[in-house]
Write a protein that binds this ligand. Structure first.
Ligand code: FAD
Length: 287
């Protein structure tokens, strides 16, 4: 099923992201975790492409298994900046051959050595090309409530988001944020610029201190005082940090839905217990 049709129903949705393994030897455990999360019957599930430590090799396979085993619509991520046009189109053919109807079209991070292929510079080029060559696919794109790290400012970044929407994306998913007011302000600004596609809010349950260090060093995401107090108090107690991180994320989600942000995508970090914990706390809210 196409995600744009799921979002158009007007009901709250809860979806989860998983990432593929880095090593082949970890494939079975990642696949098991992904299918356990899929058994929760979320609105859809996304599988990253070469992000979060995983490789791109297993993305389509895991997405396909989620769909065929659990009948949960899958969203296959695809990045372009380090790929040739030929490679991108071979992955698109694979996606369609597996009956996957949804692609999250991304540029991808620029590698540390700066070496990229020449075929694509920005996600908008990939989106336009998918729209033209695979018109039946539903296309998502990434957006950044605090601005993308490379962008000079948020206004410029929103301008580039508009280019992605004009190129043909059907919905956008946000990078994580820990202060809902940042999202509310962003939504106001993008709507003002005429961006009307559905926005899916990306929520990261932070369950260990290492994760927080990685997040802040990579994306400079703002950490509210309330969040920092939790980390200061529970950071060296893994079980307590996990519990507090799940509750913080759940409270964020409740506030979002209460304020009309109906579509929530949880970065589950391949942890079924985290996905299940959040989902069970929202069982009445999601009805
Ligand atoms: P773009 O939209 O191309 O933007 C990249 C930068 O270029 C921005 O600063 C933008 O403002 C600027 N820009 C855009 N167009 C122009 C233009 N015409 N002229 C000048 N500047 C321009 N990474 C992975 O490797 N795999 C994944 O699976 C993955 N999944 C993600 C899922 C989500 C929901 C999000 C939010 C991010 C994900 N990422 C993933 C990370 C993403 O690849 C990086 O953030 C990357 O640096 C930017 O990708 P993009 O598609 O947003 O790029």
């Amino acid at each position: 099923m196409k995600i744009r049709d799921i979002l158009a129903k007007g009901q709250p949705t809860l979806s989860f992201e998983v990432f593929p393994p880095k090593e082949e030897s970890n494939f079975a455990s990642v696949e098991k975790a992904a299918l356990e999360i899929a058994k929760l019957n979320p609105s859809f599930m996304s599988v990253t492409y070469g992000a979060g430590g995983g490789t791109s090799q297993y993305t389509v396979q895991i997405a396909s298994d989620i769909q065929s085993t659990c009948q949960v619509p899958a969203l296959s991520h695809l990045t372009c900046v380090s790929s040739t046009r030929e490679k991108v189109h071979s992955v698109l053919r694979e996606i369609q051959a597996h009956g996957i109807e949804n692609v999250l079209a991304l540029r991808g991070d620029i590698p540390k050595d700066g070496k990229v292929e020449k075929d694509y510079q920005y996600a908008s080029q990939l989106i336009r090309e998918i729209r033209e060559t695979c018109p039946e696919l539903c296309i998502g794109a990434a957006c950044y409530p605090e601005g993308h790290v490379e962008s000079v400012n948020k206004t410029v970044d929103i301008g580039h988001l508009k280019e992605k929407v004009e190129a043909g994306c059907d919905f956008v998913t946000t990078q994580m944020f820990f202060d809902n007011n940042i999202l509310y302000n962003y939504l106001y600004r993008i709507r003002e610029k005429g961006i009307t596609v559905p926005v899916v809010a990306g929520i990261m349950p932070v369950t260990n201190v290492k994760q927080i260090k990685r997040i802040t060093s990579m994306s400079g995401t703002y950490l509210p005082e309330r969040f920092k107090a939790i980390v200061d108090r529970f950071g060296d107690n893994p079980a307590a940090m996990k519990q507090a991180g799940v509750i913080y994320a759940t409270e964020q989600i409740i506030d979002l839905i209460a304020n009309g942000v109906n579509h929530i995508h949880v970065y589950s970090m391949n942890k079924p217990e985290i996905a299940a914990g959040i989902q069970s706390s929202l069982s009445e809210i999601l009805k």
